[in-house]
Write a protein that binds this ligand. Structure first.
Ligand SMILES: NC(=O)c1ccc[n+]([C@@H]2O[C@H](COP(=O)([O-])OP(=O)(O)OC[C@H]3O[C@@H](n4cnc5c(N)ncnc54)[C@H](OP(=O)(O)O)[C@@H]3O)[C@@H](O)[C@H]2O)c1
Length: 319
């Protein structure tokens, strides 16, 4: 089966990642059904660039409406790709409805909305977002639909944003926990979309997870990249050991008004101790995707992380 013979349903098609997966699939010649919610029935801003493409159809639906309402959208589909975002109602319950509909329609493969660090490298209870994705993965045990989870590490668009508390533009600091020598996995959102499209169109991935990565580098190396890209020094702040990081997460859990006050640190614990690292990296299976280096990212769209802008300063103060 070639890309041209393959029909892919993309859920979360109006999202940041999902819209770019749609675009990559169309570029590869496949037929794409973009699942969009009624509130963005015209495809919205992010799908504007591919509006009217002859191989694209918009399907209006919401995962929480249930499997029966999703049935016409998955009928005749070869692969389902989900890039939805949300709480357990979407990631567990909503994707379960999509999986049920896909199974009933005879869909062979599904890529769930993981696109994360290697969340199967650690156990339940480490990270809220990982837990719901693992919970959903258990649904495949009794399903004829074969799962392919795509692992990419951290998106630099998020990891270098104020939420992760690594860069503090106002203070001119770069903060690390631990000794900063563990390699971490970084893949941009556009590269994740390009790899996901290639993986979706690769039938050999049926029933196995695929790890790909843009660049692996330690926090100390990332610090050097940030200094080189910005042309100025960033004072290295050693915030404590990995045990101190764990204690900080627990402390915040007691006082937090929102999980976002500690979620980023939950990702960092397993990134910095290596348990969330990619294994069996399969970049070589997809030579058509040439991932962006961190240096290139920082010289391009990532330059916004380094700018002394009001956005960076204001959001830093609120974290
Ligand atoms: N590795 C990393 O560092 C990293 C960082 C960020 C995100 N991610 C992962 O990447 C994936 C995509 O994230 P994103 O940032 O692209 O998300 P996003 O931009 O927020 O997009 C989410 C998409 O899900 C759709 N959606 C939400 N609830 C739905 C429902 N009930 N039914 C149908 N569609 C629904 C949204 O539709 P509307 O447009 O109608 O709201 C939107 O299209 C997620 O799994 C996320 O965890 C990974």
């Amino acid at each position: 089966m070639t890309a041209r013979d393959t029909t892919v349903l993309v859920a979360g098609a109006t999202g940041d990642l999902g819209s770019q997966i749609v675009q990559n699939l169309l570029e590869r010649g496949s037929t794409v059904r973009a699942l969009v919610r009624p509130s963005s029935a015209d495809g919205g801003e992010r799908l504007r660039g591919v509006a009217g493409h002859p191989n694209l159809s918009l399907r209006v639906g919401d995962l929480t409406d249930g499997a029966a309402s999703l049935a016409p959208h998955v009928d005749g589909v070869d692969v389902v790709v989900s890039a939805v975002q949300g709480g357990p109602d979407v990631i567990v319950d909503g994707q379960r409805e999509l999986l049920t509909a896909a199974a009933a329609a005879g869909v062979r493969r599904m890529i769930p909305s993981d696109f994360s660090i290697n969340l199967y490298g650690y156990e339940y209870g480490v990270n809220l977002y990982s837990d719901v994705r693992r919970k959903f993965s258990e649904e495949f045990r009794d399903s004829p639909v074969l799962r392919t989870s795509v692992t990419v590490g951290a998106f630099p668009e998020y990891f270098l944003a104020p939420l992760h508390e690594v860069l503090d533009v106002a203070a001119g600091t770069f903060s690390i926990w631990g000794d900063g020598t563990q390699p971490i996995d970084i893949t941009t959102i556009p590269d994740t979309a390009a790899y996901t499209a290639a993986i979706a169109l690769d039938p050999s991935t049926a029933g196995r997870d695929v790890h790909v990565v843009g660049q692996q580098l330690s926090l100390l190396e990332l610090h050097e990249e940030v200094e080189a890209a910005s042309g100025r020094p960033w004072r290295l702040v050693r915030r404590g050991s990995l045990e101190d990081l764990q204690a900080e997460i627990i402390r915040r859990q007691f006082v937090a008004t929102s999980p976002f006050e500690y979620l980023a640190l939950q990702y960092q614990t397993v990134m910095y101790n290596g348990r969330a690292s990619v294994v069996d990296v399969r970049n070589a299976d997809y030579p058509s995707v040439v991932p962006t280096s961190v240096a290139t990212y920082l010289a391009g769209p990532g330059a916004t992380h380094l700018a002394r802008s009001p956005e960076n300063t204001a959001s830093q103060q609120s974290t």
